[in-house]
Design a protein around this ligand. Structure first.
Ligand SMILES: C[S@@+](CC[C@H](N)C(=O)[O-])C[C@H]1O[C@@H](n2cnc3c(N)ncnc32)[C@H](O)[C@@H]1O
Length: 225
């Protein structure tokens, strides 16, 4: 810790299972507060050990800027942030949206998202924990408002087919699909093609010196183009 003063916190887990999952373990704080604060543009994000956060902070700022541009927000839209993690994308777009609704499976990440909204003085957001497939039903969209823009940022497996079907049914005018796996993204875009056209695409090098690439796609309802 003396050699690397830039390390603000250090945690560990003792894993006696035969897998590498952290979610059923309790991280032990060895040093510091047990979480980190990341800064993107003027926003601050608290990140707890079980919460996802983009590993490349500088490029994350670029990724989110492109995502926000593709969302084409003007302050009047109801914005859904699916697979929202710590609420980072929604909060990054918050000044341009009328309302932000975030959904994320990891409870601790949603606790972070709520704290992050408060930390950034955002009062027009709602974050809920649960599987997107269970949460995003008709009642949920009726309660929180018909989406004008949906940002979806699933893990490498891409979106569950049930969610793709729900997105086709809900038919938000704009979807921005952020993906760290262009193969599963392409699979999902082929399904969304039933109603949506790909109108913009921008890869972002989040993982320099590897073959991995993040890809942002803007989709618009074919009927509104
Ligand atoms: C690629 S990360 C994106 C997080 C966030 N948008 C960001 O930029 O930091 C995907 C997130 O989806 C969450 N997740 C995975 N499967 C999910 C599911 N079925 N329902 C809801 N969230 C899920 C993960 O916990 C993770 O936080």
């Amino acid at each position: 810790m003396q050699q690397f003063p830039e390390i603000t916190t250090l945690l560990y887990t003792i894993n006696t299972k035969h897998n590498d999952s952290i979610y059923d373990l309790d991280p032990i704080v060895y040093h510091g507060k047990g979480y980190i604060i990341e800064k993107l543009e003027g926003f601050q994000f608290k990140v707890s050990p079980k919460s996802f956060f983009q590993t490349n902070t500088k490029q994350a700022e670029k990724l989110y800027t492109i995502t926000r541009e593709f969302a084409e927000l003007d302050g009047s839209q109801v914005l859904y942030d699916l697979y929202c993690g710590t609420g980072s994308i929604g909060i990054f777009c918050s000044n341009q949206a009328q309302k932000i609704i975030g959904v994320e499976a990891i409870e601790e990440a949603i606790t972070d998202a709520r704290e992050n909204a408060a930390l950034n003085n955002i009062h027009h957001s709602f974050f809920t924990a649960g599987d997107v497939i269970d949460v995003c039903d008709n009642a949920f969209f009726e309660t929180h408002g018909k989406p004008d823009v949906i940002i979806t940022d699933p893990p490498r497996a891409g979106m569950h087919e049930k969610l793709v079907k729900k997105l086709l049914e809900i038919a938000a005018p704009v979807i921005v699909y952020v993906s760290c796996n262009p193969a599963t993204q392409a699979r999902d875009l082929a399904l969304l093609d039933e109603k949506y056209a790909v109108t913009k695409m921008q890869p972002v090098d989040m993982f320099p010196h590897t073959h991995h690439i993040e890809n942002v796609v803007q989709l618009k309802l074919k009927t509104v183009i």
